[in-house]
Design a protein around this ligand. Structure first.
Ligand code: GLU
Length: 286
């Protein structure tokens, strides 16, 4: 029984090739790899190159080189989101058929203007301004080229009923109930396909985690607050529920979260300065 459970454990590291990996990425990948090994399961890599304009092949090559240098390995072929347009299109079609998607022609300027109107209140969510709902109610049949597609989150949570998820990470361990009202307040009607046609991370991640049979999502604590939204999408799309392991974020000496632009902390530059994979493990507290 334990053996069967082990075989079904799958986690993944899902970097976006928009820059060099830093210590925070190393911690995430090493954590996922260690959890897969401990469970006798599998560690997968997925390249999240949805936004072609921001991704570069040389960064993808550097990511693979850094991860191999750290001693990690994964099955080939690696899933790349740029190959997954058909799966995302099918998911959008399904959401449209459920009546929870609508076309939106608002520009950022339109949204700013609507939010500055006194009756709207200036809702600021973790992902930017909370959309005031200007286009909500527009029918998908009236979608025009160049429209974004938004999730009608109020309708979505009404359809799903109670939703929860199991967290195995150190920060918020236990079973969590997704609070629909809080989700609607904080995130609002998120974009699932941008005006330029690029599919949103929240949609791609649930479609891909299901396709890769990920049983536990290992990722940074910064994404904890989006897990409720992703669970709602999973329920709407009839996708299995993974467990979530949100790990702590690696911060610099000043306590600031590392970002890809902090080249000085990149794995490549640490390696150039003579750091070994064992040094990297020590630096991230492993
Ligand atoms: N591609 C995302 C990132 O680089 C990871 C998302 C996830 O693990 O769910 O932050």
């Amino acid at each position: 029984m334990a053996c069967g459970a082990g075989l079904s454990y799958v986690t993944r590291f899902a970097p976006s090739p928009t820059g060099l990996l830093h210590l925070g990425h190393a911690f995430s990948a090493l954590t996922g790899f260690a959890r897969a090994q401990a469970a006798g399961g599998r560690f997968l890599l997925r390249i999240e190159d949805l936004d072609r304009a921001r991704c570069r092949p040389e960064w993808e090559a550097a990511i693979l080189a850094d991860l191999r240098w750290l001693g990690l390995h994964w099955p080939e072929p690696v899933m790349r989101q740029s190959d997954r347009g058909a799966a995302y299109g099918a998911a959008l079609d399904r959401l449209a058929a459920l009546g929870v998607l609508y076309p939106c022609s608002c520009t950022r300027g339109d949204i700013r203007a609507a939010l500055s109107a006194p009756q709207e209140g200036a809702g600021q969510g973790p992902d930017g301004p909370v959309y005031p709902g200007t286009c909500r109610g527009r029918s998908m049949a009236a979608a025009r080229p160049g429209d974004a597609l938004r999730l009608d989150l109020g309708r979505a949570v009404a359809l799903t009923g109670p939703v929860g998820f199991a967290e195995t990470g150190p920060l918020h361990p236990g079973r969590h109930r997704v609070d629909p009202a809080d989700l609607v307040d904080r995130l609002g009607d998120v974009v699932l396909a941008r005006r330029d046609g690029v599919v949103a991370y929240h949609l791609a991640v649930v479609v891909d985690d299901a396709a890769q049979r990920v049983s536990e999502v290992t990722r940074g604590a910064d994404l904890f607050e989006f897990t409720g939204l992703q669970r709602i999408l999973q329920v709407l799309l009839d996708l299995p529920e993974p467990a979530y392991h949100h790990h702590d974020l690696i911060r610099d000496a000043a306590g600031k979260r590392l970002a890809k632009r902090d080249d000085a902390r990149s794995l490549a530059s640490l390696r150039d300065q003579g750091a070994t994979p064992a040094d990297i493990r020590r630096m991230v507290g492993l």
